[in-house]
Design a protein around this ligand. Structure first.
Ligand SMILES: NC(=O)c1ccc[n+]([C@@H]2O[C@H](COP(=O)([O-])OP(=O)(O)OC[C@H]3O[C@@H](n4cnc5c(N)ncnc54)[C@H](OP(=O)(O)O)[C@@H]3O)[C@@H](O)[C@H]2O)c1
Length: 277
């Protein structure tokens, strides 16, 4: 299957991560274009990615197979006003905007296949996790095109739209949970007397190794943990302390709070869509 042509609308962190990932995955740079709103941004993005950047939405959108919306949720409405008369049925719009519901896009872009996706930043090293859902005009071909683009930077999963707030809270926000764990574990290691560079190396490789083991093993996280926890041993002492300190309840509250914030952002996006029409 040949690669679909792609326009990335909004070349900030996520837009550039995806565009660069497409190139690593074998897309020709001339089959990708970046749409930006500032000349300076265009030059920066072109220098970093070697992909053409344009300030003209018509040039960006013209006959591209897939249009990836990678602006902040608050900028979605303005972008939609810029592109609504340019997008044609047959093109597939893939939105990465956290919390912005499919119907915001479908109301602006009649009869166009829209896919809403939630990626995460490990996409920068082709280890992303993206969940996506299709709108009412997204048939199997449109979903396959969107999946092809999104899976250039990692794994994908198709879910129903009502689950995307939970996805945002788990895998979208998830890298930050792991980074916080890395920070806390490194600080604890230093307090136990380890030199800074050694503490960082131990923590990074432990997270990487545990993640790799979990992903290739046919055992669950629970089983892998049980196997390294002998009664009365060192891991048991640490696990007891974490459970006693409410680690699970805290994780649950963090995820619930991120999902709630995602729902609130979605509501704000819907209100904005209503007022800007
Ligand atoms: N970063 C993440 O971890 C992550 C994870 C999942 C989903 N997302 C989603 O990805 C989207 C982008 O996030 P980000 O972190 O990449 O934000 P970002 O770094 O701020 O990038 C957004 C880019 O969009 C550009 N832009 C805004 N309005 C535009 C317009 N009308 N025309 C052209 N360009 C426009 C901005 O231009 P300027 O440079 O001129 O401001 C900026 O470069 C968000 O909707 C976010 O919810 C991000």
């Amino acid at each position: 299957m040949t690669h679909p042509t792609v326009a990335v609308l909004g070349a900030g962190s996520m837009g550039e991560i995806l565009a660069e990932g497409l190139v690593r995955a074998g897309w020709e740079t001339e089959n990708i274009i970046l749409f930006v709103r500032r000349e300076e941004r265009a030059r920066e993005a072109e220098r970093r990615t070697a992909i053409e950047a344009t300030l003209d939405p018509a040039v960006a959108i013209d006959e591209r197979d897939v249009l990836v919306i990678a602006v902040k949720p608050k900028d979605v409405e303005h972008l939609l006003r810029q592109i609504e008369d340019l997008v044609r049925p047959g093109q597939v719009v893939v939105s990465l905007a956290a919390g912005v519901p499919l119907n915001v896009f479908e109301e602006a872009l009649e009869d166009v296949a829209v896919v809403r996706a939630m990626p995460n930043t490990p996409a920068a090293v082709d280890e992303g996790m993206t969940a996506f859902c299709g709108g009412s005009h997204a048939d199997d071909d449109a979903l396959a095109l969107a999946d092809m683009v999104l899976s250039a930077v990692g794994e994908t999963i198709r879910l129903s739209e009502d689950l995307l707030d939970a996805v945002t809270a788990v895998s979208g926000t998830g890298p930050a949970y792991v980074f916080l764990l890395a920070e806390a574990l490194t600080e604890a290691a230093i307090r136990e007397g380890l030199p800074h560079h050694a503490a960082e190396k131990l923590v990074i490789q432990t997270l990487r190794g545990a993640g790799a083991l979990l992903s290739v093993s046919d055992k669950s996280a629970f089983r892998l943990r049980a196997e390294v926890t002998s009664p009365g041993g060192t891991t048991a002492a640490a696990m007891h302390m974490l459970e006693d300190g409410g680690f699970r309840a805290l994780m649950e509250r963090a995820v619930r709070s991120a999902a709630q914030r995602s729902r609130e952002l979605g509501e704000i996006a819907l209100e904005q869509a209503g007022t800007e029409k």
